[in-house]
Design a protein. Structure first.
Length: 740
């Protein structure tokens, strides 16, 4: 009987003693791979071949692994066929070299590399280094963590066995080939680019900003420069250099600037605070270099989108255009959304301040962070204690909590009203209906258009999440199958924009007007001069207190203002620490301290375009409350499509910059206007569903309603339950357009 045999269909013998000696461990994992190969099956073909390749490589069946790699490339490469050969390239090279019996491994590997590399397009060659940017020590930590999940310390489940084989395959290939691969890649880069990765700029206040730069080799013609200003430098530098080489590929100089305190900068890391002044000095330096023609464009997503608006605040004359993708709105959508701080902020702060680069492994450990949030939630301690509960008190976390209003601290990071009026460069903003930073992206757009009547600002928005509106759009987003016409590559779009601005090329075809939006469900793009032009009517629905089954009615007729729906929230209850997030498209929806309202079925289709408004009238027994609203389309088949949502603090509803507490026992007007923007075709026979509720979650601050700083409140402040009357003349106002 083999030392590794299948105990039964879902477990494999793998005792703790097998980990004591590395050679023994490696041999036994190979035996485990052989055992798995006998009965491995998977309905998902992409997943099947991905796992089978690792099983075959670790079993020593290299020729079979190469056949499986071809099969995977056929399946996974359909969307971007020119890059199909990048799929598991590191595994292909290893298997192909190991299959060769006539030469030593290093020679065989070099030959295999040439066979793979030479036929690639120049653009595909840019991205190949990502396949080798893997760290052996990180893989080992994941292996060690996985081994702790053994069943009874002598066996491993089938799913964990497959993961173990995959991790061990990656570790083996990384150990034996990473150095060779980068030696070859560096040699190829030297033929094409001049790269400098240790440029230091001194700011006027004597801080240091670290730069990396790439220009095309053999062409000394001064040209425009593409600048990324980022808080996310990678220690290996691989990802950063890909961005720089991509700029050179498109005919630009590339500069990657790390925010002060990052990379080799000795200064303190203080996210967002210095980017406006530091970006100005970086642009000034670029404009004076011999390879620069004095013109700079900026691009990048998330924080790198924010930093472009920070740069536009001071607007160096050399800055000619910006392309902010999913730009963070400091104080608006991060680290708080409508004045409610998010638990995620401590995770992100640790991600960017733990060291001079990024702590990606820790950041991606979602399970660990979920435990931290739930532990805080169960403890009932103040939100200020979250960093200490994590074990790492953090001055940035505490500093941010000192600014619960959208005050000067946040506003000074980016353009003011006066600054927006003077931003006269072309702008291309991209965001998505499901982008977590949509609020910020649209704030910048609205403010620019509002303050500068001649603003040359284009907006593109579609059914994208945060990553999809900044890179390649996904086929599915949280359960929703995205319309085929929505497929875009945002980086390609950005360079088409740069060519339009700097080289006189044709404007990107998708930008037919200033506002460009994809109507989900209709598989069409629409184009309008302004956001206001997207709609020709407003659908107003009221919160009726009449119940049909478990739901209240969402009605077109305005009910008596004296009627109301009661709701109560027990702050002391913590049995709801695990709260499922609603998918965008699902067969059912989750409710957390919410009441549901359902409209009548619509007799004809229409489009919802934009963000809904809420005029809520409520009476509570406390001084404040955090409110959540979610709107869904309930289709005729009973499935649900999430359209929009809102989370906000009642005391800031009228002015995010100034807290205005509610009066207990008094009917109050609470207007909400900063919900998520969407565009959706509502089908005939569908209904609209509104979930209205009182917010209490491990993922966010808890507002106990005392009127004190919410960050200082504890569960002791929540002994009296929150009681609310939602008055029936409360209305949801939804922008719509008729379907012709």
């Amino acid at each position: 009987m083999s030392s590794i045999t299948s105990l039964f269909s879902q477990q494999y013998y793998f005792p703790e003693a097998l980990t004591e000696d590395q050679n023994t461990f490696d041999n036994k994992v190979s035996e485990l791979a052989v055992s798995l190969s006998k009965d491995y099956a998977e309905r998902d073909k992409k997943k099947f071949y991905t796992n089978l390749i690792d099983i075959q490589i670790l079993s020593g069946r290299y020729a079979e692994a190469l056949v499986s790699i071809d099969s995977l490339r056929i399946i996974a490469g359909q969307e971007y066929p020119e890059e199909a050969n990048l799929m598991v390239a590191e595994r292909y090279l290893y298997a192909d070299a190991m299959r060769s019996k006539k030469t030593n491994f290093e020679t065989a590997y070099t030959n295999s590399f040439k066979k793979l590399y030479d036929p690639l397009t120049e653009k595909a060659k840019l991205f190949l280094p990502r396949n080798f940017d893997i760290h052996e020590d990180e893989l080992q930590r994941k292996i060690d963590k996985l081994l702790l999940k053994r069943v009874g310390k002598d066996s491993i489940t089938k799913s964990n066995a497959i993961q173990l084989v995959s991790l061990c395959t990656s570790k083996k290939i990384t150990k034996e080939t990473k150095k060779m691969a980068f030696t070859i890649l560096d040699r190829e880069d030297e033929k094409r680019y001049i790269i400098e990765d240790s440029i230091a700029i001194k700011t006027k206040d004597n801080a240091t900003v670290a730069l990396q730069m790439a220009i095309k080799k053999g062409d000394i013609t001064p040209r425009p420069t593409m600048l990324i200003f980022s808080i996310y430098p990678y220690e290996s530098g691989v990802i950063d250099k890909i961005a720089l080489k991509e700029a050179a590929y498109y005919g630009y100089n590339g500069v990657f600037a790390s925010t002060r305190g990052k990379h080799f900068s000795p200064d303190d890391i203080e996210p967002f605070e210095h980017d406006a002044t530091d970006a100005y000095e970086v642009i000034d330096w670029i404009s004076k270099q011999p390879w620069s023609d004095g013109q700079v464009g900026m691009m990048g997503s998330s924080y790198r989108g924010f930093s472009q608006w920070a740069a536009a605040k001071k607007l160096h004359p050399a800055l000619k255009t910006i392309v902010p993708q999913v730009a963070v709105g400091t104080g608006l959508d991060y680290p708080m959304e409508n004045n409610v701080f998010m638990s995620y902020m401590i995770r992100w702060i640790n991600f960017v301040t733990t060291n001079k680069f990024i702590d990606l492994e820790n950041f991606l450990d979602t399970q660990q962070w979920s435990k931290v949030y739930r532990a805080w939630y169960a403890s009932g301690k103040s939100f200020r204690a979250l960093d200490s509960l994590h074990g790492k008190p953090n001055k940035i976390f505490q500093r941010w909590l000192d600014h619960p209003s959208y005050d000067d601290y946040w506003q000074n990071m980016v353009a003011s009203k006066e600054d927006f009026a003077h931003i006269d460069i072309p702008v291309l903003t991209t965001t998505g209906y499901y982008d977590s930073d949509q609020v910020g992206a649209l704030h910048y757009h609205r403010e620019h258009i509002k303050r500068n009547k001649n603003a040359n600002h284009y907006l593109l928005i579609g059914p994208y999440n945060h990553s999809g509106a900044a890179g390649r759009t996904a086929k599915k987003v949280r359960g929703l199958t995205v319309d085929s016409i929505a497929k875009l590559d945002m980086d390609v779009l950005a360079y088409q924009w740069f060519d339009y601005i700097f080289k006189g090329a044709e404007k990107p075809k998708i930008l037919k007007d200033k506002v460009n939006y994809q109507v989900t469900g209709a598989n069409i793009w629409k184009h309008k001069p302004t956001l206001r032009d997207m709609n020709d009517d407003t659908l107003v629905l009221y919160l009726d207190n009449v119940r049909e089954g478990k739901d209240y009615k969402l009605t077109l007729q305005k009910p008596d203002s004296k009627e109301y729906i009661r709701q109560e929230l027990d702050f002391m209850y913590r049995g709801d620490s695990i709260q499922k997030r609603n998918s965008i498209y699902a067969k059912e929806i989750q409710m957390h301290n919410q009441v549901s309202f359902v409209s009548e079925a619509f007799t004809k289709p229409f489009d919802i375009n934009g963000a809904f408004l809420a005029d809520l009238y409520a009476e509570i027994n406390k001084k404040d409350v955090d409110i959540i609203l979610e709107i869904f389309e309930m289709k005729a088949d009973g499935s649900y499509l999430q359209l929009s949502n809102y989370l906000g603090r009642a005391s800031y509803a009228k002015n995010p910059g100034k807290r205005q507490l509610l009066v207990p026992g008094k009917r109050e007007f609470i207007p909400f206007s900063n919900s998520y923007f969407t565009s959706n075709r509502i089908e005939k026979g569908s209904k609209l569903v509104l979930l209205l509720g009182l917010h209490k979650s491990p993922s966010w601050q808890i507002n106990y309603g005392t009127g004190k700083d919410v960050s200082d409140e504890t569960i002791a402040d929540g002994k009296i339950p929150l009681q609310v009357k939602w008055f029936s003349d409360s209305a949801i106002k939804i922008p719509i357009s008729t379907v012709k």
